[in-house]
Design a protein around this ligand. Structure first.
Ligand code: IMP
Ligand code: MG
Length: 301
């Protein structure tokens, strides 16, 4: 068992012997996933627990050992980079696990999800330098306009009599923020935060731009383009809480809830979307496509 991020032991070991750091993992994708979690400063444990699934004559004959446990989210994560036939077998085991241990929170990340996650963080495992085409419009300009107006009206009603501070997360929030503030009929102030991007190797999630204003005692609305795993939002909310605002709510244009790994409450959601990679209306693929007036799906090969 290895203990991640906050454990000094592991960081020191990694600094001294970077080439051997992956040796304890059964699969390179697990090592890569651990680096991603390190970047986010999410504490992890590798295979910390086996769950007996079946006993015969008092002996365990089948067990399930999830790859990772993330204490902060009380979540087990199983990475499956296997072929479909083996995935079916694994799914059966997972079902049995859920039946026997209904209180255990476990997520399966399929190979496809996992590659998309890496790609999203700028790591393209297929080393493709060709910009994929936008396959289709997911949310049209007209639908965006209508929904953003509704969100603005809801916020106006819910925050009547107060002066909320809208905190946008750069850079994807650009279009949404610009339209949302004009749909809110209240005195509002604006501020922005920016987070560093994962580069596949070094570093930790950092704020590359801090708040400019003091939010102590203020009513804060975090404005996000899209919430996917929710890990960056989780971190961001912790960071804002430490500044003692009166309260915090989150307004996200897009909610990819199928991929959520954290428990973050979204007070306002523009659209729930399926697990697709989307671009436009501020959202990018390797910094491109932000200026599309609609939200579109990028074709994944
Ligand atoms: P999370 O920490 O996994 O929730 O990641 C959230 C951030 O990843 C968003 O604020 C976006 O910047 C980016 N992101 C997630 N999904 C997409 C997508 O489909 N298209 C473009 N950016 C995305
Ligand atoms: Mg973002």
């Amino acid at each position: 068992m290895r203990v991640g991020t906050l454990g000094i032991v592991k960081s020191a070991a990694r600094d001294q012997a970077p080439d051997q750091s992956a040796a304890a993992f059964a699969h390179p994708s697990e090592a890569q996933f651990s680096r991603l979690l390190d970047f986010y400063d999410v504490e992890w444990r590798y295979e910390p627990r086996s769950f007996p699934l079946r006993e015969e004559e008092g002996r365990v004959v089948e067990a399930f050992t999830p790859d990772f446990y993330l204490p902060a989210f009380d979540l087990y994560v199983e990475l499956t980079t296997l072929r479909q036939s083996l995935v079916t077998y694994k799914n059966r085991k997972l079902r049995r696990l859920r039946e026997r241990y209904p209180d255990i929170n476990i997520k399966l990340l399929y190979r496809r999800d996992y590659l998309r996650l890496l790609e999203r963080f700028g790591i393209d495992p297929r080393h493709s330098s060709v910009l994929p085409p936008v396959e289709k419009v997911l949310v049209s300009e007209a639908d965006l306009r209508r929904r953003v107006a509704e969100l603005g009206a809801e916020i106006t009603r819910d925050y009547a009599g107060s002066r909320p501070v809208l905190v946008g997360v750069l850079r994807g929030v650009t279009c949404f923020m610009a339209d949302l503030i004009r749909a809110i009929d209240l005195p509002v102030t604006l501020d922005y935060l920016a987070l560093s991007a994962y580069d596949g190797e070094s570093g930790r999630l950092r704020f590359t731009k801090d708040l400019d204003e003091d939010i102590t005692g203020q009513r804060v609305i975090v404005v996000e383009d899209i919430v996917d795993t929710g890990i960056s939002l989780h971190r961001l909310l912790q960071y804002l809480q430490e500044r003692h605002p009166a309260d915090i709510a989150v307004c996200a244009l897009l909610d990819k809830s199928a991929r959520r790994l954290t428990n973050v409450e979204l007070a306002y959601v523009g659209f729930e979307i399926a697990d697709e990679f989307v671009v436009g209306y501020g959202l990018d693929y390797h910094q491109e496509y932000r200026n599309l007036p609609y939200v579109g799906i990028v074709r994944s090969s």
